[in-house]
Structures are given as structure tokens and as C-alpha cells.
Ligand binder design. Sequence first.
Ligand SMILES: [Mg+2]
Length: 164
Amino acid sequence: MLYPNEYFNSVKDITIEFLEKNKIKGLIVDVDNTLINLERKMPAGVSDWAKNIQKKGIKICILSNSNKIDKVGSVAKIIEAPYIFFGKKPLKSGFLRAKEILKLNSKNIAVVGDQIFTDVIGANRCNMFSILVKPIEEKDYLITRLKRPIERFIIKRYERKKLK
Ligand SMILES: [Mg+2]
């Protein structure tokens, strides 16, 4: 439940080949520290990655826990994808709404995000593929910051398990 199916340094490392191999046809993507940093800056290459992957037939829906509609909406506009804000992850409701937008089965959806306690747990509860990415920056909102040491512990165990 706590482990992701896959762990990448950045969304940009998620390739079309990887998605096809795992039968993923749609992505539910987090915003804060996954697509933009806390200063709302999107790292170079991220929007190209998102547009490219959609051109290859992978659908994207943004799902953010942020209640800032202007922030989430402007990211969605840049990558040209629908969005849900105030998503209440890890509750299932936001993921199920995103699934309806994507019009796909859970097993063909991957959730992409930087937090175990919202993105990964939510994905696993909904039987979706979970992809954890390294946060864009170390800087975090306070509540998130408190969870990071536990996340690092889980990631370490996950990586050890993977090596076996
Ligand atoms: Mg995040």
C-alpha cells in the first residue's frame, strides 16, 4: 500500500515505451513539486514532455490537492490537459473523477506524484499504477515537510526490496 510501482527522478523520465510496456493509457498527474516548484515555476522540458506524451496517445488529467484554482488552472493550460483542484488525495473521490474524465479503466491509469501519503496511497487504493517522482525542490509546505522523513524511510526500503 505504501510502495509505488515505480520511482523516477522526474516526470521527464517517464517514457512512452515504459507506459506502453505497462499498458498505461492515461496519467493522473499531481501539480506541486511534481510539475512546478513552490514558486510556481515549471522546470525546462516538463511541458514538452507532457505535450509529447499526449501526442503519442496518452491522456493526462491533473489532480491537485491545492485549493488555488488559478495556479492549478494555469498549469493545466500550459500542458493542455483537464484538471481537478482541491482533490482531497488520498481519498478516492478525486481519482475516480479523474478516471471519468480520462474514460479509462483503473488498470490502464498511472498516478504520478511526489508524495507517498497522497499520490501513492491514493493510487494504490484505487488499483491504479503508482509512479512516485522525486520532488522538484527540497522546499515544501510545512505539512508536507513533516512527512518527508517517513517518506525517505519508505523509499529506502522500497529500493532495497527492488534490488533483491
Ligand atoms: Mg505534490
